[in-house]
Design a protein around this ligand. Structure first.
Ligand code: B12
Ligand code: SF4
Length: 502
């Protein structure tokens, strides 16, 4: 017999974003739902990506516990829905995920319990304690209410065994995702590209100054998953839903080249037809250690694209980010991957460090020269808990509404340009790159790319119109106070004055 009913909810943000082009749940909710299912609970996962979640739908499940996850940009919608749920049921509301971890004070107004950092073990302990009246104080990684305040129990240990049995059946709407003409021909559902998250490792041994992984996980550590388990998960999802596209969500896929090689070989040996296809987040300098044979196996295993975190084409900026890479590493990696027909998506965090405007719009020529097929530009942002936050917290623009923390809106005072210049140049650079590139593609690819990038980029930009006005007002105040000054090379921020003025 199944234990209590647990409903997990994942809501979209209101604003458009590149991430919203994917019909894919976040990996965190996939893992937490699967862990609870494996422990015998009656689990249902409701995600906007598989059909808009409504309050009636949540209540119709008669849940004993209602679990939300959320990133900052979606937290307003989570709050609104949790408050509606609260008015209609006494079932405890639990929240976990990125926003609960980095800004727990921002979810305490609507949650009964907050789970911080990795929830794999914590959630089982918390639900057990809720059922049997156990002691919350003994469960690491939670916040609970006591005597009118909130108690934090401290950081949990890292999860070293990340081998859960992922169960696709817990997702409402996943089974039918590949039905219909658009889904079959273009791999599209609800105007989003169909994909599913998969994880082969957690953590990353590098220490880029802006990276939020240590803040998210609470403690350092890098752990790999058993390859057989990963393959079984992929197989199960393919069998259940017909999905063949998988996004490997590891902070850094293939840190161990031996692991990566074995993964490629076992995927090639295991899957006949249909074969899965993968994308993954990696570093350019990893490919120095990858032999041509390894990259060729990677292609054969179904890796269609690799997302390289490039951040900037200005070496001084890369050094300030503690990236540990040189721009030449990017050239070398892109050329080698291109030679094996693996597309490179260059991800740039623009406007941080020493970046000037020319470094931002210069990305177009850089990408064209290397024949890169995709670039994503995100204005550099500073997340609590990072080294960057410790050193440059004063650069964070105050009073930015949560919904704008979606990676596309400017949230910092850049040192070598105005915030509004950064905002406009970010979009203009992507637009310049895509409009000429996409029009040269074959029809099917053109529909995909034009619809999914060129149009989306303009839509995202439009959604930030009032944010751009806000940036212009803020920077005008700083120009007035002499905090931003014009030099022969462009606007310069006087950091000392900024610190003293706040
Ligand atoms: C991989 C990744 C992606 C992938 C895949 C996302 C996915 N669908 O899984 C892609 C590239 C598609 C992506 C897109 C986006 N991403 Co992203 N992404 C990441 C990254 C690198 C890792 C996330 C991850 O999978 N971690 C592994 C899992 C195991 O960890 P986890 O999700 O945190 O889950 C654990 C705990 O949080 C907790 N937990 C999670 N949910 C819940 C729920 C409950 C109830 C409980 C109890 C516990 C719990 O338990 C889980 C297991 O231990 C992080 C950066 C980082 N260093 O963490 C950014 C990050 C999460 N992304 C971010 C952003 C902004 C986005 C985009 C909005 C960017 C954009 N403009 O498009 C989109 C949003 C897309 C979407 N709807 O999800 C931000 C979020 C900022 C914030 N604080 O809110 C991060 C933190 C990066 C950053 N520093 O800015 N992303
Ligand atoms: S390489 Fe990627 S995951 Fe690792 S610290 Fe740098 S940004 Fe974070």
């Amino acid at each position: 017999m199944r234990l209590e009913k647990i409903v997990l909810v994942e809501l979209d943000s209101d604003l458009p974003s590149l991430g919203k082009l994917l019909a894919m749940p976040r990996y965190g909710i996939t893992a937490i739902g699967s862990i609870l299912d494996e422990a015998g609970y009656d689990v249902k996962v409701l995600c906007d990506v598989y059909g808009k979640v409504s309050i009636e739908e949540i209540l119709s499940e008669n849940p004993d516990y209602i679990l939300f996850n959320g990133i900052k940009t979606s937290i307003d919608r989570v709050r609104a829905m949790a408050n509606e749920v609260r008015a209609k049921t006494d079932s405890p509301i639990i929240i976990g995920g990125e926003e609960a971890t980095t800004s727990p004070e921002n979810v305490q107004d609507f949650a009964d319990y907050v789970v911080l950092h990795e929830g794999d073990k914590t959630i089982l302990d918390l639900i057990k304690a809720l059922k049997s009246g156990g002691e919350f104080s003994k469960i690491k990684g939670i916040m609970y209410k006591k005597s009118g305040g909130w108690v934090y129990t401290g950081k949990p240990e890292r999860i070293e065994e990340i081998n859960h049995h992922l169960n696709p059946e817990i997702f409402r709407g996943l089974k039918d995702i590949k039905k219909g003409f658009l889904a079959k021909w273009l791999n599209i559902s609800g105007l989003r590209l169909i994909s599913f998250p998969i994880q082969t490792s957690r953590g990353c041994p590098y220490e880029c100054s802006f990276c939020s992984k240590d803040a998210q996980f609470g403690k350092k550590g890098y752990f790999e998953r058993d390859i057989g388990d990963v393959i079984e998960d992929i197989d199960r999802v393919m069998e259940y839903s017909g999905i063949t596209e998988f996004a490997i969500v590891d902070n850094l896929f293939g840190y161990s080249k031996e692991y990566a090689k074995e993964f490629f070989e076992r995927v090639i040996a295991y899957f006949e037809k249909p074969k899965p296809r993968f994308s993954a987040l990696m570093r350019a300098d990893q490919f120095k250690g990858f032999s041509d044979e390894n990259i060729s196996l990677m292609k054969k295993a179904g890796f269609k694209s690799v997302n390289l975190g490039m951040e900037s084409i200005n070496q001084k900026t890369l050094d300030q980010y503690d990236k540990g890479e040189v721009v030449g590493d990017y050239d070398a990696a892109v050329k080698r991957l291109d030679a094996h027909d693996i597309a490179v998506l260059g991800s740039f965090a623009v406007g941080g460090g020493e970046d000037r405007l020319a470094d931002v719009y210069g990305i177009v020529n850089f990408a064209r020269r290397l024949k890169m097929r995709q670039i994503h530009l995100y204005p550099f942002s500073i997340t609590p808990g990072t080294k960057e936050y410790k050193e440059h917290k004063h650069l964070v623009i105050p009073s930015i509404p949560d919904k704008y923390w979606n990676g596309h809106a400017v949230t910092i005072f850049p040192k070598k340009m105005l915030p509004s210049e950064l905002q406009e140049t970010t979009f203009n650079t992507m637009w310049n790159f895509y409009r000429s590139y996409h029009l040269s593609l074959p029809l099917k690819t053109l529909i995909h790319k034009f619809l999914f990038y060129t149009i989306a980029i303009r839509r995202i930009e439009k959604s930030l119109t009032s944010h751009l006005d806000f940036l212009k007002t803020k920077e005008a105040e700083l120009i007035e106070k002499g905090i931003y000054q014009r030099s022969s090379e462009g606007w310069e921020l006087d950091e000392g004055k900024l610190i003293n003025s706040s």
